[in-house]
Every structure is written in C-alpha cells, then in structure tokens.
Design a protein. Structure first.
Length: 96
C-alpha cells in the first residue's frame, strides 16, 4: 500500500472531505509522526502498536568481502512493536 492508496482509502471511508483535504489530513498525520519521532518521543497507537526510537552504540563490524574490520557509527533506529490486537488480526484470531 502506498501513500496514495492511504489517501484514497481516507477519501472513500470518511465522507465530507475532498480528495485534496484527505491528502492534507494524511500528510499532516505523517508530518506529526515524523516530528514526534525526531524528538525521540515514543508513539503509542492503541490497538495498533508502539513506535520507539532507540540509540545504538558504535561497534566494530566486518566487511564481508575482505574480512577487514570497520567501525559502524552510532545511530538512532526506529522500532515497531505491534499490539496484541494487531497480532491477533494478522493471525486470524478475534480481536480482543
């Protein structure tokens, strides 16, 4: 599913909005999510899951072609943990 598909779904399922307004709503949601994660805050969407930014320390890695050791720089990574409700839906179980 692409962003255009999400905009189309919002347009069809939520009445009273033009396609342009549906696009602005979706863009606004994504912008808010990006800004929140950029500050390091956690996003919890009930019935869906949690988005968390974690810090990874610098570490030593290996170039698989040459075997040479290289330093992998520290960075922040985004993790997602699905809620039990989402896990149940994915596995064909009733949502709790």
């Amino acid at each position: 599913m692409t962003k255009a598909d999400i905009i189309e779904a919002v347009y069809e399922k939520v009445g009273g909005f033009s396609k342009k307004e549906a696009s602005e709503i979706v863009e606004s949601v994504f912008k808010t999510v990006k800004q929140t994660l950029a500050t390091g805050e956690k996003i919890k969407i009930s019935g869906f899951g949690n988005f968390v930014v974690r810090a990874k320390k610098a570490r030593i890695g290996r170039n698989p072609q040459t075997g040479e050791e290289i330093t992998i720089s520290e960075r922040r990574v985004l993790t997602f943990k699905p809620s039990q409700v989402l896990k149940n839906v994915l596995n064909g179980l009733p949502a709790v």
